[in-house]
Design a protein around this ligand. Structure first.
Ligand code: FES
Length: 89
């Protein structure tokens, strides 16, 4: 089985102010809902850089900005799921 891909979620102060701690449980619930526990590892991160566009995540070298509790499922479906490394068959 492949190593899980890592999704970094910025826990820096700007993203904190924008509600990352409100978004976190929703993201964790989505990871369970989509059965991604073995394929996607969620890691908290220090500031990822583009604070003005928070909340910010990083996945596979790509920065994902303007994440909110309302659009996190869409971001997951469009910007993360298609790029997950498939499990070996
Ligand atoms: S605090 Fe999140 S990108 Fe800087």
């Amino acid at each position: 089985m492949n190593q899980p891909d890592v999704l970094h979620l910025c826990m820096g102060s700007a993203c904190h102010q924008r509600g990352v701690y409100h978004l976190l449980p929703k993201l964790q619930a989505l990871i369970r809902q989509y059965n991604l526990e073995d394929r996607l590892k969620l890691k908290g991160s220090f500031c990822l850089g583009p604070c003005t566009y928070g909340i910010v995540m990083q996945f596979g070298g790509e920065i994902i900005v303007n994440v909110t509790a309302d659009n996190i499922e869409q971001k997951l479906r469009e910007e993360i799921l298609p790029y997950l490394v498939d499990e070996e068959v």
